[in-house]
Design a protein around this ligand. Structure first.
Ligand SMILES: Nc1ncnc2c1ncn2[C@@H]1O[C@H](COP(=O)(O)OP(=O)(O)OP(=O)(O)O)[C@@H](O)[C@H]1O
Length: 272
């Protein structure tokens, strides 16, 4: 349902992405991973239609993303970006209701269906109790939940997430991704997420796309992609990969050059 065909893009005279091809189906969760500056957010912008490819095309349901009218595209595609909320002056409820803009008439009205969707979304994300609070009086984690609620209220078929867990503590990270995953399963939503945390990516994504030097280095389920050789080639980091003791999902442990102080002390004791 979302396809990239020979997509290439140069920015500022530099080739950022080249020969990107994939065909992603409805209802799955895809992760985009790769080192800093490799073009992950750029690829997300191409999928969202906010950037146009220099060559090739991005197709949504067989039609070029750029050929959709703005409101039609917004009914199908929602983007959760860092800092994607208005700065001040709106309550939680008003902010979530902004997600309904593709369904409103030119007076900004929609009727009962919109109200019901906002209510349900506030409830599902545990925001009902704080719906009248101004968003500038919320913590970073709470704001991120409001941002997710806003895109959920948009009821898209395709949800694009750009590093959604940055700045969130581990509790909020899991809570946010669990909410996305639940929603994805219930509504056969397609999710594409740029994630830096490879362990979270392996847990939540059905398939991972690995970018290296502007091209697709690997694509497949986490069990095929999260391997020490590939991680070393792409990120230049030494790692150990172990199956999660409860889920079996591959999880990475970093192997820094310097041993931690505790294990140095341990070895010293062993050596007398
Ligand atoms: N408007 C622009 N003009 C010129 N270069 C740009 C522009 N936008 C992005 N770039 C460059 O394109 C490259 C890819 O940027 P992008 O933000 O897509 O990387 P990323 O993989 O998401 O990085 P990170 O992991 O650091 O967030 C970077 O080198 C960036 O400096």
């Amino acid at each position: 349902m979302i396809e990239a065909k020979g997509v290439a893009l140069s920015l500022g005279g530099r080739q950022i992405l080249n020969d990107i091809n994939f065909e992603w189906k409805q209802g799955a969760m895809y992760g985009i991973i790769g080192p800093n500056g490799v073009g992950k957010s750029t690829l997300l912008r191409l999928l969202a239609g906010t950037e146009r490819p220099g060559a090739g095309e991005v197709l949504l349901e067989g039609k070029a993303v750029s050929a959709y009218k703005r409101k039609d595209l917004a009914k199908r595609v929602a983007v959760l970006q860092q800092g994607g909320l208005p700065a001040v002056g709106f309550t939680v409820r008003e902010t979530v209701a902004m997600g309904r803009f593709p369904y409103q008439n030119w007076l900004g009205e929609e009727g009962e269906e919109g109200e019901r969707t906002v209510e349900r979304t506030l409830r599902e994300l545990g925001l009902a109790d704080m719906q009248d609070r101004p968003i500038d009086a919320l913590s970073g984690g709470e704001r991120q939940r409001v941002a997710l609620a806003k895109v959920m209220a948009q009821e898209p078929e395709l949800l694009l997430l750009d590093e959604p867990t940055t700045y969130l503590d581990i509790g909020y990270q899991v809570q946010l991704l669990d909410a996305v995953k639940r929603w994805q399963a219930e509504r056969r939503l397609t999710v594409v997420a740029v994630l830096h945390d490879l362990n979270l990516a392996a847990h939540y994504c059905d398939e991972l796309l690995v970018l290296r030097e502007g091209k697709i280095e690997a694509f497949g389920p986490p069990s095929e992609v999260v391997r020490p050789e590939l991680i070393a080639r792409v990120f230049g980091a030494r790692t150990v990969v172990l199956p999660h003791p409860e889920t079996g999902v591959p999880q990475l442990l970093l192997l820094p050059e310097t041993a931690p102080a505790e294990s140095r002390r341990e070895r010293k004791r062993e050596n007398g």
